[in-house]
Design a protein around this ligand. Structure first.
Ligand code: GLN
Length: 303
């Protein structure tokens, strides 16, 4: 399949959707991004990398970071995570407090905010510095040693973190937090504030299409662990829209409120899309539409 013309075609097809939806404004620094940007990048297992639109422009990865922190905890061989985090779709908004009370401080899955806070907490215990470990991994896999934490976004998110602080304190009250809440929130906010382009993200996520194998051919995850992460992306990666996403797109995907989505076609490629306008569930409007076109035109849905 000729990838570059396909990506140009998708970029043209979604053009009327550019600027649709709302840019996330609960993190003030994100609200300043132009809503009509759009990019798509594909990294293939044979080494090819292609893109169209603003695919080399960095944006805030936000919740897409949750895939990588989860993979790092599992890569450390630490399955005790599953005693403190579930694996079921939440059907609730990504920052919901209500469900956490019903479930006595055990988050439904690792991709809602509460679950991701537990993952970051665990990664701090395993590495001492979760963000440093994450950055090292992302820089190596994306072949971009300059990937930064965007301090402006991190400061802005830290100053508006009341909801995440509440989730973390709530888990702490049930004994489901190992490190001090402030430290976990600091690290979580910084991991979300890493700036990456579609090119960077597609390359960094390629290990999930390669059944756990890294860029240098070494194993990050076992085949079975990679399969499981892809399954959680499919069922939980777009929060309370995961059913809709599976219906329209049909491959594992993880969204972030910066407007990015990382999607995986196991055995073939990683696809990253970016457009900052979000639907009310926090997923990129043009990004989901582009992935719908992508799987329709390639026939590469998992179904
Ligand atoms: N950093 C954001 C938050 O904690 C991430 C949410 C998201 O991207 N869905 O609210």
């Amino acid at each position: 399949m000729e990838m570059s013309p396909l990506l140009e075609r998708i970029t043209d097809a979604i053009a009327p959707l550019r600027g649709s939806g709302e840019v996330a404004d609960y993190i003030p620094a994100l609200a300043r991004v132009a809503p009509d940007r759009f990019g798509i990048g594909v990294a293939e297992v044979d080494g090819g990398v292609h893109g169209a639109g603003d695919w080399e422009t960095p944006f805030s990865m936000q919740s897409i970071s949750k895939v990588f922190t989860l993979a790092m905890v599992l890569a450390e061989g630490d399955d005790t995570l599953w005693r403190r985090v579930g694996r079921e779709p939440s059907g609730n908004p990504f920052n919901s407090l209500v469900q956490l009370e019903h479930e006595r401080g055990i988050p439904r899955n690792p991709f809602i905010n509460a679950g991701a806070l537990a993952v970051t907490d665990q990664l701090i215990s395993l590495t001492g510095d979760a963000v440093a470990a994450l950055l090292e991994f992302l820089r190596t896999e994306s072949a971009n040693p300059a990937l930064p934490v965007d301090d402006e976004v991190a400061i802005s998110e830290r100053a508006n973190a009341d909801r995440n602080l509440a989730l973390a304190h709530f888990m702490a009250s049930y004994g489901n937090m190992r490190n001090p809440v402030d430290e976990v929130i600091d690290q979580y906010v910084r991991q979300c504030s890493i700036a990456m382009s579609c090119r960077d993200l597609a390359q960094a996520g390629l290990f999930l299409a390669r059944h756990g194998v890294r860029r240098d051919g070494t194993g990050h995850l076992s085949r079975s662990q990679a399969k499981r992460i892809n399954a959680i992306m499919l069922t939980c990666g777009t929060y309370d829209a995961a059913g809709e996403f599976a219906y329209h797109v049909g491959i594992p995907g993880k969204s972030g409120v910066g407007g990015g989505i990382l999607a995986i076609v196991p055995g073939r490629c990683a696809v990253a899309v970016w457009s900052p306008g979000l639907d009310r569930r926090g997923n990129s409007v043009a990004g989901v539409a582009a992935l719908d076109h992508f799987t329709t035109l390639t026939g590469w849905s998992v179904f």
